[in-house]
Design a protein around this ligand. Structure first.
Ligand code: GUN
Length: 280
């Protein structure tokens, strides 16, 4: 029986710690707002944006919502970001991804001032993380590090295998695990002998974006399994990239979906916002 790594509980702990910190900062006269920009009406994005605004309200940070129509031009979006970059009260700027096809995401990410890049997506944030300089960490990988640490999973010296090489999860995850002194293998869709490689993992992080793909044949007895995927199955129930029922009996610890990695992303976004207010 695996230990269930409870992301809901751990994210709640983090948000409660942040709420106290925000109160202390307010007494020192330090406050600020998070600007949340959504372009268009993608239903999944609307849910994420609402959760982010609710988290801000919970910890006591003001959120400024910019809900722009899907036809918004790249130029108009860049102009809004420029305006928000210049507002002292705005300590964080978040543009919900994905953006409509006519807007270049890289251009938009690079327009956000690195001091306000609470998603940690700007090349300057990524570069700083790579060499261990101060800066905002990508929220999902930073959340996974917190899940492991707060569940007493030792990372140093362990072999961590990551499935997925996205800029948002796989690549920054590898860098953060390396920073924690893990031995890291990154795998992807062209990797050969994937199950065999994964069976060497002490910690397996699955961020491939394929519903219920990873089964028992990928898991070493006693491995820690972190599932970053979130999908709806044929019965419209939430599920991850991992076949939970099949993997749980082999693993020593596992994150559920929902209630594992998901809530941690928002908790770490709040952490970055508080860091920005503290530094501002
Ligand atoms: N879309 C999916 N995940 C994220 C995230 O962490 N930040 C932003 N801005 N957009 C996303």
């Amino acid at each position: 029986m695996a230990k269930i790594i409870d992301g809901k509980m751990i994210s709640q702990q983090i948000k409660d710690e942040l709420k106290e910190k925000v109160e202390r900062l307010k007494k020192q006269g330090k406050a600020g707002a998070l600007a949340v920009i959504q372009v268009g009406e993608d239903p999944a994005s609307s849910v994420y944006v609402r959760n982010k605004k609710n988290a801000c309200a919970y910890i006591g940070i003001e959120s400024l919502a910019y809900e722009l129509p899907g036809e918004t031009t790249e130029e108009d979006l860049l102009r809004l970001i420029e305006e928000l970059n210049g507002k002292e009260q705005v300590r964080g700027i978040l543009v919900q991804l994905p953006l409509p096809g006519h807007i270049c995401e890289d251009k938009v990410i690079q327009a956000i001032s690195p001091e306000k890049d609470v998603d940690g997506f700007h090349p300057q944030s990524v570069g700083a993380m790579t060499i261990g300089e101060p800066g905002f960490l990508s929220c999902t990988p930073a959340g996974i590090i917190q899940l492991l640490k707060r569940s007493d999973v030792e990372i140093a010296g362990k072999h961590c295998v990551i499935i997925g090489r996205s800029n948002i999860v796989g690549k920054p995850m590898a860098l953060l695990m390396l920073r924690e002194n893990a031995t890291v293998t990154i795998t992807h869709s062209k990797t050969r002998n994937l199950p065999e490689l994964c069976r060497q993992a002490d910690i397996l992080i699955v961020a491939m974006g394929k519903p219920q793909f990873v089964g028992a044949e990928y898991i070493k007895e006693g491995a820690v399994v972190i599932d970053v995927g979130i999908h709806r199955d044929e019965n419209n129930k939430l599920c991850g990239d991992v076949k939970y029922a099949e993997v749980e009996p082999i693993a020593s610890a596992i994150t559920p979906v929902p209630g594992g990695v998901g809530p941690m992303t928002i908790a770490m976004l709040m952490n970055n916002c508080v860091q920005s207010i503290e530094e501002g």
